[in-house]
Design a protein around this ligand. Structure first.
Ligand code: PGA
Length: 249
């Protein structure tokens, strides 16, 4: 059965010392064996994070990677580089990558293929923008995102996929989808997987919600039957808030 997951996406925040302090503050936390806790520091701090989390159940993931195996891609990081420092998980398709670095579902498909060929687990982000929600096309948008990037995968490959539904209008805006809106979309996503594959596979996939989750709203969202945890941005930067969110899962 699928596990609950709370993942902190630290984005381009925290220097080396701040990253270490945050990890040290999170390490003593006790959380259920049914829950996985992950943190995504900047590339420069991954080695340190991997070392500091040894002996704890906190898992470290990268925020991005390049689709190519190696080569002339100045400033980029490959799956093999991540693997070589013990990082076997990566966030792909975050809306900031889509908005500022032109990532598309088609290009993300390449990244997914490469990550899977390195046996990496993927937190795949997707979600509609505000005008798409307002015009009522949000279900169609999400369907296309998933179909383009992920629906060529084999059932076996899906064991490496964690979905993160992140409505763009809720990211860093303080505006959260209501628990009902999150549940409605998550149930829809699960039904899409069930009709493309089967119900057993659909029921095995963790679908996280992301977008302005805070200690005050986490438990209402996490208690929805198709919401399996969250991808947390701003609130994951404060140990106290992130700990409270973890305890709500
Ligand atoms: P937020 O970010 O929690 O600050 O809205 C979520 C995310 O970008 O994953």
């Amino acid at each position: 059965m699928r596990k609950k997951i709370v993942a902190g996406n630290w984005k381009m925040n925290n220097n080396k010392r701040e990253t270490a302090e945050l990890i040290q503050a999170l390490k003593p936390l006790n959380f259920s064996t049914d829950l996985r806790v992950m943190v995504a520091p900047a590339f420069t701090h991954l080695v340190q994070a991997e070392e500091l989390t040894q002996g704890s159940r906190i898992e470290v993931l990268a925020q991005n990677m390049n689709a190519a195996e190696s080569g002339a891609f100045t400033g980029e990081i490959s799956a093999a580089m991540l693997s070589s420092i013990g990082i076997q998980k990566v966030i792909l398709g975050h809306s900031e990558r889509r908005a500022y670095y032109n990532e598309t579902d088609a290009s993300l498909k390449g990244k997914v293929t490469t990550a899977l060929s390195h046996d990496m687990e993927i937190v795949f982000c997707f979600g509609e923008e505000l005008d798409q929600r307002k015009s009522g096309s949000h279900f169609e948008v999400v369907k296309t995102q998933l179909e383009t990037a992920l629906f060529d995968l084999s059932p076996e490959q899906w064991s490496k996929i964690i979905l993160a539904y992140e409505p763009v209008w809720a990211i860093g805006t303080g505006e959260t989808a209501s628990p009902e809106q999150a549940q409605e979309m998550h149930a829809y996503i699960r039904s899409l997987i069930a009709s493309k594959y089967d119900q057993t596979l659909a029921d095995s996939i963790s679908i996280l919600y992301g977008g302005s989750i805070k200690p005050a709203n986490a438990s209402a969202i996490f208690s929805q039957s198709d919401v399996d945890g969250g991808l947390i941005g701003g609130a994951a930067l404060k140990a106290e808030d992130f700990s409270a969110i973890i305890q709500s899962a």
